[in-house]
Design a protein around this ligand. Structure first.
Ligand code: NAD
Length: 343
């Protein structure tokens, strides 16, 4: 049994708190937040939980901590916790620089503690089904993947839309393609916000699987969209995370070209086949994620979304940020033990 702290109990930390206090292997949940108003809400909803205004005060009461504070504070807080011998689950993005993410990995190794990253979608059964549709050959050769994560808000004050929303899409893409991008190009703009980009597009090239993907993230869109489209030579799949049912639809659609004798080929036939929607048993991904964290601590295992998995996403974000600033594509070194931005 493990005593777990939730550091930062805002929108997302409060969900961790709800999930953790229901897990059988969690002996005690402590909530740590600088804001007395937030702590008052926690005590109202969960009178049995301990609450603390500072990490220092909570240190002796926790073996493991979920860091759910704004992104820029992730690295300093996680380093402090690892150095104090605590296991850490840090929310996405793991850190706001590759150097910080590497420091966190090194600190976890030195301390012999679990370092896990909150890439929630890697614990989502719809994402697993999408991965299976690709790896089983059901979709044929993957032509491209397109993702959209749009809404009006929620504007953040700590990081731009790229660092806020794209971690989800990059972690989904890395997971379903079983790879990591080798080149990144980004375009973004500030519209309603004075300093932070509120709209961004990324093009990620995965050279080893020969797939290029587009990612659109926005805080400034009239429609809420959470969609991943995988277009293959045999079939096309759409994962719509907002659909109550049929989160994944597989379209038996495609286009065939005849062998061209001369000149450019014209499409000879379009296939408009049926649409199927595989059954997906959904357990709350955050519950699976928090169970995995506690399980890794109890059994001494390395998490599926470990520090290297988090670093892979931060490397893409840092390269994308550089691409935004310099207006050119940025190459990434292939992922290895000393991965990072290469050029
Ligand atoms: N995995 C997911 O699907 C998912 C979803 C939403 C948010 N997140 C991540 O969760 C994190 C928090 O996001 P949020 O929307 O809940 O933010 P939020 O602003 O609602 O909450 C942050 C909380 O942290 C507290 N805080 C800040 N610094 C602190 C410190 N040094 N010590 C103690 N408390 C401190 C604040 O008082 C606040 O209550 C972010 O990293 C975000 O990217 C992840």
């Amino acid at each position: 049994v493990v005593r777990v702290g939730v550091l930062g109990c805002g929108y997302w930390g409060s969900k961790h708190t709800r999930v953790l206090q229901g897990l059988p292997q969690v002996a005690e949940v402590s909530v740590i937040d600088a804001s007395p108003e937030r702590l008052a809400l926690v005590r109202r909803d969960y009178p049995a939980l301990r609450t603390f205004r500072s990490l220092d005060a909570a240190m002796d009461h926790v073996d493991a901590v979920v860091v759910a504070t704004p992104p820029r504070s992730h690295a300093p807080l996680a380093l402090e916790l690892l150095e104090a011998g605590k296991h850490v689950l840090v929310e996405k993005p793991m850190a706001t620089s590759v150097a910080d993410a590497e420091r966190m990995i090194a600190a976890a190794e030195r301390a012999g503690r679990v370092l896990m990253v909150g890439h929630t979608f890697e614990f989502h059964s719809a994402v697993w089904r999408l991965k299976e549709a690709i790896s089983s050959g059901e979709l044929g050769d993957v032509y491209y993947v397109d993702t959209a994560r749009l809404n009006l808000g929620l504007y953040q004050s700590d990081v731009n839309v790229l660092w806020d929303l794209a971690p989800h899409d990059i972690s989904i893409l890395n997971h379903i393609l079983g790879s990591a991008p080798t080149a990144v190009q980004a375009w973004g703009a500030r519209h309603a916000h004075a300093v932070l980009e509120d709209v961004a597009y990324l093009r990620l090239h995965y050279a080893d699987v020969g797939v290029t993907t587009q990612v659109h993230v926005s805080w400034l869109d009239p429609c809420k969209v959470r969609r991943v489209t995988v277009v293959g030579s045999k079939r096309m799949a759409v994962y719509n995370d907002l659909a109550a049912e049929e989160r994944i639809r597989i379209y038996d659609k495609g286009v065939s070209f005849a062998e061209a004798e001369a000149g450019p080929a014209m499409p000879m036939s379009y296939r408009y086949g049926g649409i199927s929607s595989p059954y997906i048993a959904l357990t709350e991904p955050l519950r699976l994620e928090d169970e995995h964290f506690v399980g890794c601590i109890v059994h001494g295992r390395r998490p599926a979304t470990d520090g290297a998995n988090g670093l892979a996403v931060v490397s893409v974000l840092e390269a994308a940020q550089r691409s935004l600033a310099e207006g050119r594509p940025i190459e990434l070194a292939p992922i290895g033990p000393t991965s990072g931005v290469a050029a």
